[in-house]
Write a protein that binds this ligand. Structure first.
Ligand SMILES: *Cc1c(COP(=O)(O)O)cnc(C)c1O
Length: 380
C-alpha cells in the first residue's frame, strides 16, 4: 500500500469495541486490573502504556518502515532517550549543523556526563570516516539540516556505520517519513520532533523514535517508562490526526516552496538561497536520489545584514515570526537569535549561520499570496 493509505488505515484502525473511526482518546492515568497481576490488553498505568499513545507509536513505526515506535513528550525528550544508547567514555560524531537544542543536549548534558562529542561536516562521508576513533560509538545526523538545509548521504553513512560497528541515528524531522525513510537507507534509529510536520498544525509538542532492532528498542522503551517523558493521550491523538494529512500537506508545501525558492533566488535583494530543490543546491542530485521531494523549508541570506532582516520581518504580513516549522501557517525564523541562540557567535559564524540568515517554513497559504508578501517586504 502507498504511504497515504497506510497513514490513514494502519495503526489507526477503527476502535474494535465501538467502531469509532478515530482512535479514542483514553484520557486515563490508570487501568483496572482483573486480578493481581492480570491486566486487560496489557495496560496498567499510562506512563508505561496508553492505548492512544500505543496507536501513535504503531503508526509512526509503520510510516518509517520500522518495527518499533516510541512517542515522547517532545523532540528533545526523544533525542535524550536515543542518546541513552551511549555511555560515559563513548564518543559521538555529530553533524556540525544540528538543531540548536540537540547541540545544547550534547554540550550541556552529555559532555558533563562524560560523553565526548566531535563535530564533523557529515555531508562529507569521507570526513566522517576519518573522524572515527577508538571511542566512537554513534553517528548523529540530520538531513536536511537546520538551518542550512545541507544533506547527508544517509545510505553511505549507513554502510559506513555497519562496516565500522557504529550506530547511525538520523533526526528526520525536516524531511518527515513521507519524503525520506532513513531506516531503509541503513540508519539504526530515526528521531522526530512530531511538533513539526507530523503534527503539522502548530498545536502540539511531541517527539518520537523508531527502530527495527529489538536490542535497541528494549533499553529505550525501558528508559521511556523509567524517565517518564511521555506524551499524554490528547497530544498523542493530535499527532495521529496530523499524520493522516501529512502527504497532502507536504506535497502542497513543497510545490509552493520550490516556486518561492526560485522567486527568491532571482530577487536582487537576496544574496543566497538554500533549498535542495534548486539546481544551484550543491547536493541537488543527492536530494533527488534520497528524497521523494524537496520539502517545505527554505533558508536565505539577504543583502544589507541584520538591519535588512529587521525591515523584512516588520514588513511581512503572512510569514509569522515564530520558532518551529512544518505547520499549516508560514513561519519565519531568525536562527541567530532564535533556534540557534544557544550557540556562541563564533561557533555560529564557523557554521555559516550568518547575521543575514533567515529560515522560512512554507505553509498552506496560496503560493500567489506568499510570493506577493515576500515581494512587497523585499522592496527597498
Ligand atoms: C524542533 C526540533 C527538535 C526538537 O523538538 P521539540 O519538539 O521542540 O523538543 C529536534 N530536531 C529538530 C530537527 C527540530 O526541528
Amino acid at each position: 500500500m502507498k504511504f497515504e493509505t497506510l497513514a490513514i488505515h494502519d495503526g489507526q484502525a477503527p476502535d474494535p469495541r465501538t467502531g469509532a473511526v478515530s482512535v479514542p482518546i483514553y484520557q486515563t492515568s490508570t487501568f483496572q486490573q482483573d486480578a493481581i497481576g492480570k491486566f486487560r490488553e496489557g495496560f496498567e498505568y499510562s506512563r508505561s502504556g496508553n492505548p492512544t499513545r500505543q496507536a501513535l507509536e504503531a503508526a509512526l513505526a509503520l510510516l518509517e518502515g520500522g518495527k518499533h515506535g516510541l512517542a515522547f513528550g517532545s523532540g528533545n525528550a526523544a533525542t535524550i532517550a536515543a542518546l541513552q544508547l551511549v555511555k560515559p567514555g563513548d564518543q559521538i560524531l555529530a553533524s556540525d549543523d544540528t538543531y540548536g537544542g540537540t547541540y545544547r543536549i550534547f554540550e550541556k548534558i552529555l559532555r558533563p556526563w562524560g560523553v565526548d562529542i566531535r563535530y564533523v561536516d557529515a555531508s562529507d562521508t569521507a570526513a566522517v570516516e576519518a573522524a572515527i576513533g577508538p571511542k566512537t560509538a554513534l553517528i548523529w545526523v540530520e538531513s536536511p539540516t537546520n538551518p542550512l538545509l545541507k544533506l547527508v548521504d544517509i545510505a553511505a553513512l549507513g554502510a559506513l556505520a555497519h562496516r565500522r560497528g557504529l550506530l547511525l541515528v538520523v533526526d528526520n524531522t525536516f524531511a518527515s517519513p513521507y519524503l525520506q525513510r532513513p531506516l531503509e537507507l541503513g540508519a539504526h534509529v530515526v528521531v522526530h520532533s512530531t511538533t513539526k510536520y507530523l503534527g503539522g498544525h502548530s498545536d502540539v509538542i511531541g517527539g518520537a523514535l523508531v527502530t527495527s532492532e529489538r536490542d535497541l528498542y528494549d533499553p529505550i522503551k525501558f528508559y521511556q517508562n523509567a524517565a517518564g517523558a511521555v506524551p499524554g493521550p490528547w497530544d498523542s491523538w493530535l499527532v495521529l490526526r496530523g499524520i493522516k494529512t501529512l502527504k497532502v500537506r507536504i506535497e502542497e508545501q513543497q510545490t509552493t516552496a520550490l516556486r518561492l525558492a526560485r522567486f527568491l533566488e532571482a530577487h536582487p535583494a537576496v544574496e543566497r538561497v538554500y533549498y535542495p530543490g534548486l539546481s544551484s543546491h550543491p547536493q541537488h542530485a543527492l536530494a533527488k536520489r534520497q528524497m521523494r521531494g524537496f520539502g517545505g523549508m527554505i533558508s536565505l541570506q539577504i543583502k544589507g545584514g541584520f538591519p535588512a532582516v529587521e525591515r523584512l520581518v516588520a514588513k511581512l504580513k503572512l510569514f509569522l515570526l515564530a520558532e518551529s516549522l512544518g505547520g499549516v501557517e508560514s513561519l519565519l525564523c531568525y536562527p541567530p537569535k532564535m533556534t540557534h541562540a544557544s550557540i556562541s557567535p563564533e561557533e555560529r559564524a564557523r557554521r555559516g549561520i550568518h547575521d543575514n540568515l533567515i529560515r522560512l517554513s512554507v505553509g498552506l497559504e496560496a503560493a500567489d499570496d506568499l510570493e506577493a508578501d515576500l515581494r512587497q517586504a523585499l522592496q527597498v
